[in-house]
Design a protein around this ligand. Structure first.
Ligand code: SF4
Ligand code: SF4
Length: 201
C-alpha cells in the first residue's frame, strides 16, 4: 500500500495551527498563573483518541527523525500499550497507561505531538458545527487553581473552535486525494505507531 505523502504546504499550515494553539494555551496559563512544573501527575498516561490522518502522518515524520534503535524501542512499548488498553477496555475500564513516546517524563517527539497534547490543561470551550458549545474545565490541577481564585465568572479560557475548524479544513484537503473514504479514525497514539504511517485507502 502507498504511504500517504504529506504536501509541505499542508505541513506548514498544521504547524501554524499548532503554534497558535500553544500561544492561546500559554496566554490562558499566564492569566491563571498556572504551569505543569511540580505536578505530581503526568497526563501522558491519559486515554485519548485522535482523529486526523494529517496528525498521524506528521507524527510519523517525527518518528523517522529518531534512530532505528529508538524507533524499535518505541514500537515495542507501543505494542504493549495497545495490548493493555484493549484488556482494560474489554473490562469496561478507562485505560491509564503511559504513552510510549514518554521517556523519563518527557515527550521524545515534542515538536510532533498531537493536538490533544497541546491543549489539555487549561479551561477551554469549543462550538461544534451543530452549534452545541462544549466546555472543558482543564486538568485536575488547573481546576484547583481556578477554585482557589474563587471567581468562576472571571475564569479565562481558550476557545478552540477556530483552530479546530482550520484543522478540519487541512485534513479535508489532504483526504480529498483519497480514492475512497477512509473509515473514521479513532486511534490512540500507540495505535498510530503500531499501525505504521497512514496509507492511501
Ligand atoms: S496539564 Fe495538568 S495534569 Fe497534566 S502535567 Fe500539567 S499540571 Fe499536571
Ligand atoms: S505524544 Fe508526547 S505529549 Fe503526547 S501523550 Fe505522548 S508523550 Fe505525552
Amino acid at each position: 500500500m502507498n504511504e500517504l505523502a504529506l504536501p509541505e504546504p499542508l505541513v506548514q499550515r498544521l504547524k501554524n495551527i499548532y503554534r497558535a494553539m500553544e500561544e492561546d494555551y500559554d496566554e490562558v496559563a499566564r492569566q491563571l498563573r498556572f504551569g505543569c512544573s511540580g505536578c505530581p501527575d503526568n497526563c501522558c498516561d491519559s486515554y485519548f483518541l485522535h482523529h486526523t490522518s494529517i496528525e498521524w502522518a506528521y507524527l510519523w515524520q517525527g518518528m523517522r527523525q529518531l534512530s532505528p534503535e529508538q524507533q524499535r524501542e518505541i514500537l515495542h512499548r507501543a505494542a504493549g500499550v495497545v495490548r493493555v488498553c484493549q484488556e482494560e477496555l474489554t473490562h469496561g475500564r478507562r485505560p491509564v497507561v503511559m504513552c510510549p513516546l514518554n521517556e523519563h517524563g518527557l515527550c521524545v517527539l515534542y515538536p510532533y505531538r498531537l493536538l490533544v497534547c497541546r491543549t489539555h490543561g487549561v479551561p477551554a470551550v469549543m462550538t461544534r458545527p451543530d452549534g452545541k458549545r462544549l466546555s472543558f474545565p482543564g486538568c485536575f490541577r488547573c481546576q484547583e487553581v481556578v477554585r482557589a481564585r474563587g471567581n468562576d465568572a472571571g475564569v479565562p479560557f481558550v476557545d478552540r473552535t477556530r483552530l479546530l475548524q482550520q484543522l478540519v479544513m487541512v485534513e479535508n484537503e489532504l483526504t480529498q486525494r483519497f480514492r475512497r473514504p477512509r473509515p473514521r479514525i479513532r486511534m490512540t497514539i500507540a495505535e498510530m505507531l503500531v499501525e505504521g504511517p497512514p496509507t492511501l485507502p
